[in-house]
Design a protein around this ligand. Structure first.
Ligand code: V47
Length: 387
């Protein structure tokens, strides 16, 4: 199935790019903001300095209007969702990152580990309800062997060949390399041979060495995360990219993070989507405050403007909340992730969003944003359109 190219949208009353650009330019007093707006309309790449300037100086409506203009040119009026399920086979984790409220030690009373039968039962439920994807990530237990990660994917694909397995973040793959002595390439080839189709974006957090040293001192470094993704792209495995923001990082560090993703994307073209993850502060050692909705929306909009080589920007309803995710679909985002069914990582940190949603609810959410819902598969191929 293919989609019609251009959509019309909230700006159709302004009819066309020239009028929109004139409207926006008139609204803006600052010389610097006008110059950034002009770059956007001329299709020129924003510099890191531009993006930092937008974080500090732009109001939400300006940056959001620019971002939505860019999104409309790329995705028309379409906004995507997937019928999927998250499965977190265990919360036992050796890394104990300070921002994480999900991972616990093996002796913690909250520790759990699913059996293979339990995981397969969850995949079966997803399959029965027409699910296209299982997204599998978890803690990193001290007792898991390299083969455990491989076997889980193999067994799922053996039982459900039509379900797409998007599994193991770069952090897990780096860990698998440490315990097995194998290269990223050998591990990814083996995972691919047993049925892994894509890699989720988790574990990126913030690449800045300063911040990573405080919030996640023991897990894979930024270079290692990026090298796993680079290798996956070379082997034809598409991946996603995330950024955990709103804790102790500066705007400059957010932009540096996106800059490193943008330059890897220039090199490989293998990222499918960028997912800004708003930090939730309950139940972990880092603590702090929740992000504001304005910060969430500005971050999505600036990501849309800065990451000119990414096709999709995800408004992840679990971290944003359903209502802010809906607004984000008018401010640069074109995807809301999926039905999910059972989210544990951000719920452990206090998010008030639902555990999961029906397909009908996501269709309603997207329609409420004035967009046309497109059910997609893991690779953003349309499965059904709901005009
Ligand atoms: O890597 C952990 C984040 C991520 C907190 O690839 C937290 O399509 C907020 O990566 N507050 C896991 N966030 C989730 C993830 C993801 C989700 C949806 C889709 C995709 C995709 C990827 O959750 C972790 C971490 O960055 N996280 N703790 C917290 N307190």
């Amino acid at each position: 199935m293919s989609l019609p190219r251009e959509g019309t949208g909230v700006y159709h009353s302004l009819r066309g790019e020239k009028m929109l650009s004139e409207f926006l330019m008139e609204k803006v007093g600052s010389k610097e903001l006008r110059a950034i707006g002009e770059k956007v309309f001329e299709g020129k790449r924003l510099s890191s300095k531009d993006a930092v300037y937008l974080f500090y100086r732009s109001d939400l409506t300006y940056v959001a209007s620019l971002a939505e203009h860019v999104n409309r040119k790329r995705n028309g009026l379409f906004a995507y969702f997937v019928v999927n399920r998250q499965i977190n086979p265990t919360n036992i984790c050796i890394y104990q990152c300070n921002f994480c409220s999900f991972g616990v030690t093996k002796s913690d009373p909250k520790a759990y580990e699913m059996s293979l039968q339990e995981v397969l039962k969850k995949v079966e439920e997803t399959h029965r309800m027409g699910g296209k994807e299982v997204h599998i990530v978890g803690g990193i237990p001290p007792h898991w062997k390299y083969e455990d990660y491989i076997n889980l994917v193999r067994e799922i694909k053996k039982a459900f060949p039509h379900v797409v397995v998007k599994a193991w973040t770069a952090i897990e793959i780096h860990h698998m390399s440490k315990i097995s002595g194998k290269s990223y390439e050998d591990i990814l080839l083996e995972l691919k041979s047993v049925g892994l189709s894509a890699i989720p974006g988790g574990g990126a957090e913030i690449f800045s060495e300063r911040v990573r040293g405080i919030i996640a001192p023991y897990k894979a470094k930024a270079e290692e995360y990026l090298e796993v993704h680079r290798t996956a792209h070379r082997l034809g495995i598409p991946t996603n990219a995330t950024m955990l923001y709103g804790h102790i990082e500066s705007y400059e560090e957010r932009v540096e993070h996106m800059e490193r993703l943008r330059s890897l994307q220039d090199e490989t073209g293998g990222f499918q989507v960028f997912i800004p993850l708003a930090y939730w502060p309950e139940g972990n050692r880092l603590g702090g405050k929740r992000t504001s909705s304005v910060d969430d929306l500005k971050t999505i909009a600036i990501a849309r403007l800065f990451l000119d080589n990414f096709d999709h920007i995800k408004a992840y309803w679990v971290t944003l909340g359903e209502r802010v995710a809906q607004i984000a679909l008018n401010m640069g985002a074109d995807d809301v992730d999926g039905t999910i069914q059972e989210e544990k990582i951000v719920h452990a940190a206090g998010t008030s969003s639902a555990m999961g949603h029906t397909k009908e609810k996501l269709i309603k959410l997207i329609r409420g944003a004035g967009k046309i819902p497109v059910e997609r598969d893991t690779f953003y191929r349309p499965v059904a359109i709901y005009p």
